[in-house]
Write a protein that binds this ligand. Structure first.
Ligand SMILES: [Zn+2]
Length: 160
């Protein structure tokens, strides 16, 4: 469960295959949102990720206070805590958290406006929840590159 203000981290976690809910998917302005998030986290056995000290404190062992504004540092922190492995896994829709399954020819054809022109040998995946097409590399080779720069050396981040 990812708090508001961490939208980029939400997409990264989904691109890494993690079942990730975002506080942004609930209507804004709920004065009891923190309590709502904490009870949902408890019910569903999720980990709460937040930049909010007070919320992290209330979440006790089920919450992680995210220390950096930089998304790679954030992923690094979660990697160092043993919560994630920094690898791209094409199993979940980065936009809606829906699970992906192999796409049919009709689904690939319906996404002709953004699918790669040369489709030979490319496995395609479909999000049934929001109706988007994905394929290996659509989450970004770029992203894999960035994640691969994350190394658990610990030396300069020993406070994590
Ligand atoms: Zn989707």
């Amino acid at each position: 469960m990812v708090d508001r203000m961490l939208g980029t981290l939400t997409r990264y976690l989904r691109c890494m295959g993690y079942d990730t809910l975002s506080a942004n998917s609930f209507p804004a302005g709920n004065p009891r949102e923190d309590t709502f998030l904490l009870s949902l986290v408890g019910e569903e056995g999720r980990v709460l990720l937040t930049r909010d000290h007070e919320l992290a404190r209330r979440g006790q062992g089920g919450a992680v206070l995210i220390r950096s504004d930089d998304v790679l540092d954030q992923v690094w922190q979660l990697t160092a805590l043993g919560l994630v492995a920094p690898e791209v896994v094409t199993s979940r829709c980065p936009l809606c958290n829906g699970l992906l399954s192999p796409a049919t020819a009709e689904q690939v054809a319906s996404a002709a406006s953004y699918a790669p022109a040369d489709q030979h040998g490319i496995p395609f995946f479909w999000c049934h929840h929001c109706g988007r097409l994905y394929w290996e590399g659509s989450h970004g080779n770029d992203l894999q590159q960035r994640l691969s720069t994350i190394r658990c050396e610990g030396a300069c981040h020993s406070d994590w």
